[in-house]
Design a protein around this ligand. Structure first.
Ligand code: HEM
Length: 166
């Protein structure tokens, strides 16, 4: 059986009680969680699609796309931070269920892969901005974009599976 450190036991119990008795609290947290996915995931997938449709030999389109990718990272990372904060609140509302759920840990593993893939994308972009090895770098962006789309959708599926299990 999962045991919380005593210093956390009381605040987590109070939060779980509030969450299960207040529609405002549960609606707000689930909205923040799903809202972060709609904004961050939506923007990320739209740019991944643009990467896959992109004809990298057109210098103007290349520069525009790189600028778009660069400006989107802050919004996507901000959304992920909100998904994380609201996710911890969702998890704390029924800790024993989620800590014991393999779906939850699979979701966390997929999230780590998504962050790693994002860091790789950022490194390739930096290489492109410094005009180093551009043909190979543009080719590398395509599988990274495919991985991003698959991971966002897989994490969402795991999230919905968690909600149905809760
Ligand atoms: C890319 C990031 C994430 C995405 C796209 C995502 C997506 C989702 C979705 C779509 C749901 C179903 C919401 C519902 O129908 O009620 C969900 C539920 C859940 N998520 Fe996430 N999530 C993300 C990150 C996280 C993180 C970082 C955590 C924990 C630290 C987390 C914990 C949970 C929990 C515990 C539930 C179940 C809530 C419940 O129904 O009681 N999620 N997530």
């Amino acid at each position: 059986m999962f045991r919380l450190p005593p210093v956390l036991a009381q605040p987590v119990a109070s939060w779980a009680h509030l969450y299960s008795h207040s529609t405002v609290a549960s609606t707000t947290i689930v909205f923040l969680h799903v809202g972060a996915l709609v904004v961050g995931g939506g923007l990320a997938i739209a740019l991944d699609r643009a990467t896959l449709r992109h004809h990298h030999r057109d210098a103007t389109a290349r520069a525009l796309h790189l600028a778009e990718l660069g400006s989107a990272h802050r919004v996507v990372l901000g959304s992920l931070a909100l998904a994380f904060a609201s996710g911890v609140a969702l998890m704390a509302a029924d800790l024993e269920t989620f800590v014991g759920s393999w779906v939850f840990w699979l979701k966390m593993a997929l999230l780590a892969l998504l962050l790693g893939n994002g860091a790789l994308m950022n490194r390739v972009e930096l290489r492109l901005r410094s005009d180093r090895d551009t043909e190979r770098a543009w080719r590398l962006l395509r599988p990274i974009a495919v991985a991003s789309i698959v991971l966002w959708l897989a994490i969402t599926l795991a999230g919905v599976a968690l909600a149905s299990a809760a």
